[in-house]
Ligand binder design. Structure first.
Ligand SMILES: Cc1ncc(COP(=O)(O)O)c(C=O)c1O
Length: 397
C-alpha cells in the first residue's frame, strides 16, 4: 500500500491512528474492512498473471497477502520508520521464520542468555538440530558479546529490555559490532514498543514485535511482525508464504484497532510503571525492583540514551522467594494472573508460569531469572489504585 503523500513524516501519535489506513478498501468505509476471502479473482489471465508476477498490485491468495493484513503491516512499518514489513500469526512465528530464513547449517548466531523463553527454546532446542551454532552471553556483558560477534557470526539477535528481568542492551554498540563482522542484526522490540524505541534507527537491520502485546494492547489477538531491510523482509516474507504462518485478517483488524490508541496507552503505561517501580523500591517485602527507568538500574544510562520512555513492564523480587509469590499473587484484585503482558489491564505472574514456562527451574537459574520474581505489566488503570492493590497484596508476603 502506498503512503499518502508525506504520511511517513507525521508523528507517532498521528501515525498510530492514520498509518496504513490511507487507501479505503471498500468505497467510503472509514475503518479498514476485514477481508475474509481466501483467494482473489481476475477476469482475464493476463491481469491475473501480472498480479502473480508482481507486475501489478493486487492479491492472489490470503496465505500470501491480504488487504487487512497489509494495512496492519503498513501501520507498524510507519511507526518503526521501516522501508518494509511482513506479518505473522504470532510473535514466535515472526521470530522463528526470521531465524530460519537468515540461518543455514554451519552458521553461527550470537544472542543474549535471557531472551524471551520461547526464543530461548528455539536457540537451545531447535536451531542446533539444523546444524546452527548458538552462542548466548550475559545480556549485561557488552565486551563479551562484542568479542563473540567479532569472532564471526551470521546473525546477532538482541532483545531490549529483556523479558522478564528488564536488562538493557546497547543496541547501537552491538549493531556496530555485528556490522563489523558482516552479520544481520535483529532486535525484538516487543517490550519497548515503537513509541519508546526504534532499533532500526539505532543500527539494527530488522526489528521484531510480538503484536500480541503492546501493539494490539487488549489481549484479544495474537500476531507478529518483522520490519526493516527490504531485501531481508522479502526473503522472510517468501519463507512465510511457504511455511504458512500468516496473520488472520480478523486478528489484523483487532491489532489495527488496538494500535489507534497505542501512543496514549504507552504514555500512561510509561508514567505508571515508573511511579510504581519507585514505590516498590521502598517496600519492605521487596528485595529488588527491575525497571530500566530507575536511576539505580545498572544500565539506566544506556536506556536513557536509546529509549524515549521505559515501557509498561517491570519486575520485582520478593524477599520471601517463590513461596511469597504464591501467597501474594492470589491477593491481587487489579491484575490478571496470566501469561501475557502489554494489555490495557494490569497482568502479573512469575516467570515459571509466564515468560519462561517452557524452561526448567535449573534453566531459569542459568539465565539469571530468580524464582521469587513477579513480572508486573502495568495497564492503563489509575496508578494510585494499582499501588493500593499491591500494598494490600504484599501484606501476605
Ligand atoms: C519479548 C517477546 N518476544 C516474543 C514473544 C512471543 O510472542 P507470541 O506470544 O505472540 O508468539 C513474547 C511473548 O511473550 C515476548 O514477550
Amino acid at each position: 500500500m502506498s503512503d499518502r503523500e508525506g504520511i511517513s513524516k507525521l508523528s507517532a501519535a498521528t501515525l498510530s491512528v492514520w498509518g496504513g489506513e490511507e487507501d479505503s478498501l471498500v468505497q467510503g468505509a472509514t475503518q479498514v474492512p476485514v477481508v475474509y476471502s481466501a483467494a482473489y479473482e481476475y477476469p482475464d489471465v493476463d491481469t491475473w498473471l501480472d498480479v502473480t508476477l508482481g507486475r501489478r498490485a493486487g492479491h492472489i491468495y490470503s496465505r500470501n497477502t491480504n488487504p487487512t493484513v497489509q494495512a496492519f503491516e503498513t501501520k507498524v512499518r510507519l511507526l518503526e520508520g521501516a522501508p518494509a514489513a511482513t506479518s505473522f500469526a504470532t510473535g514466535m512465528a515472526a521470530i522463528s521464520n526470521t531465524l530460519f530464513t537468515l540461518l543455514s547449517p554451519g552458521d553461527r548466531i550470537v544472542s543474549v542468555k535471557d531472551s524471551y523463553g520461547g526464543t530461548n527454546k528455539l536457540f537451545l532446542e531447535f536451531l542446533p538440530r539444523f546444524g546452527i551454532r548458538v552462542d548466548l552471553y550475559d545480556t549485561a556483558d557488552h565486551e563479551r558479546i562484542e568479542a563473540a560477534v567479532a569472532a564471526g557470526c551470521k546473525v546477532v539477535y538482541l532483545e531490549s529490555p529483556t523479558n522478564p528481568t528488564l536488562k538493557v542492551v546497547d543496541i547501537s554498540r552491538i549493531a556496530a559490532a555485528g556490522h563489523g563482522a558482516g552479520a544481520v542484526v535483529v532486535a525484538d522490540n516487543t517490550f519497548a514498543t515503537p513509541l519508546n524505541q526504534n532499533p532500526l534507527a539505532l543500527g539494527a537491520d530488522l526489528v521484531i514485535h510480538s503484536a500480541t502485546k503492546f501493539l494490539g494492547g487488549h489481549a484479544d489477538a495474537l500476531g507478529g511482525v518483522v520490519c526493516g531491510d527490504p531485501e531481508w523482509v522479502k526473503r522472510i516474507f517468501h519463507f512465510r508464504e511457504i511455511t504458512g504462518a500468516a496473520l488472520d485478517p480478523m486478528a489484523a483488524f483487532l491489532l489495527i484497532r488496538g494500535m489507534k490508541t497505542l501512543h496514549l496507552r504507552v504514555k500512561q503505561q510509561n508514567e505508571s510503571a515508573l511511579t510504581i517501580a519507585r514505590w516498590l523500591q521502598g517496600h519492605l517485602a521487596v528485595a529488588s525492583v527491575f525497571y530500566p527507568g530507575l536511576e539505580t538500574h545498572p544500565h539506566h544510562d544506556i536506556a536513557r540514551r536509546q529509549m524515549r520512555g521505559y515501557g509498561g513492564v517491570l519486575s520485582f523480587m520478593l524477599k520471601g522467594g517463590f513461596e511469597a509469590v504464591k501467597r501474594v499473587l492470589p491477593k491481587l484484585r487489579l491484575a490478571r494472573r496470566a501469561a501475557n503482558l502489554g494489555s490495557v489491564e494490569t497482568i502479573a505472574g512469575p516467570p515459571a508460569t509466564t515468560s519462561h514456562c517452557e524452561c526448567t527451574a535449573a534453566e531459569r537459574e542459568a539465565m539469571g531469572i530468580p524464582e521469587g520474581l513477579i513480572r508486573y505489566s502495568v495497564g492503563i488503570e489509575d496508578a494510585g489504585e494499582l499501588m493500593a492493590d499491591l500494598s494490600q497484596a504484599l501484606k501476605s508476603a
